[in-house]
Write a protein that binds this ligand. Sequence first.
Ligand SMILES: [Zn+2]
Length: 453
Amino acid sequence: MVTHNTRRATGEILPRTYGLMLQMPGNHNLFVTPMAFALAQIQLERPGEIRARIRDWVRRNGENVAETEERLKKGIGNEREREAFLNHSRQPKSDDRLALKGVRHLGAAFKGDVKSRSYGTDDPDKVDYHHVALHHPSANREIAIGFPYGECGCEDSRWNSYKKKSVTAECVHMAALEIALATDVASRAPSDKNITGLTPEARKIYLSRTSTLAHPSLPFTFNFFRSPSDCNALQLAQHRMLTDMFMTHFVKRKGHYELNCKALMHETLFSPALLKALAHPLDWAQFAVLRQDERTSAPESPAEDRLYGSITEALDKIDARFQKELGFVPVGNVRELVGTPWETVAIRYLEKRGHGGTGLVYSVCTREGIPPIIVCRNLEHKTGDLLDSKDPQPRVHPFARLGKPFFSRDDATRRMSLTRIILPTERGEGKGINVSAGLADVYRRLVAEYPAS
Ligand SMILES: [Zn+2]
């Protein structure tokens, strides 16, 4: 019997955000997203700078100023949230509404307190300022982007990865301190006129008594403080990309995942260091999805309830087969069938001793209307446009592509790969999972409905 308030896991992964996983030496990765750096920038900007963005956006989009401001306010939240986000800004300033304060360089870390946007909501656990620490990066890493060992007390920085590597998911607060440091390094403004209040000497990262490590690059290009009228053509494009993300998020209520997917198709957003990491033959930078949750559904019939049970059972069997028999491990979430109506957040399996580069990878895809299928990729060279990962056959149903290999670019690594879509029930590929009669029926029906085209 199905009780109507019982929700069932469906196996479908819901994304939280999308960005770049930067591989660092040792057992630690850094995950960065354009949205975190866009919102951190707004957090540091003065009310006048934010108003200039709003005016520019309204003019370009032919919107009504008063109406837009009203929707923006509503989108940001209550009065205290708006105050925290729009009216707190960077040093130097005459009042005490600071977005970033108390910056110090202690031992091997930069520390500071970043104004919390959600302070003033009903949650009593919310704090006024988040305490942030950015630990010195290792001197021998291949990509000098960001501070891989960051800490923040906020919820966004807490994230459970697949256990292979630990990950710092850089939140708005860590990004704010990082932007402040990078801006001061670039401007060389004296400590009473810069953002962190640190002198050049106090900012130095010492490796020994005599040698220092250069400050890391920012991942994206749009973190600078300049009014649109002072921008050259390239800066204006970058300035507007950030404005669009900020405005679309709050005015049009688009989520981080969608906005990051869209932004990361534009080369103007990527710093030279990030582009280099992306093109590196060992895949130092890879595109990745952070998962939010698994979609649940309230089944409407006992058959539907059993089907969801069969799907999660099949996923467990696929996982066991990969891990115990084939020596592949789940390494995270990636996008598959990109740009098609069947685009899915999949689980990526990599050979246990694989180090990136070429070779076999598998993605297990499940979504509404599509029972678990496996996208098998033989990764080859990186080629052409690194920012394009759209599926070459956007209109062909995945089941119509069974047994028909095709070339496509892997979203995570942007490597060209001979791609095959296979059913987990298929033998020969070494999977041959047994599934329930009900699920086997769904596979049969879809195979019949979408013959190979
Ligand atoms: Zn945080």
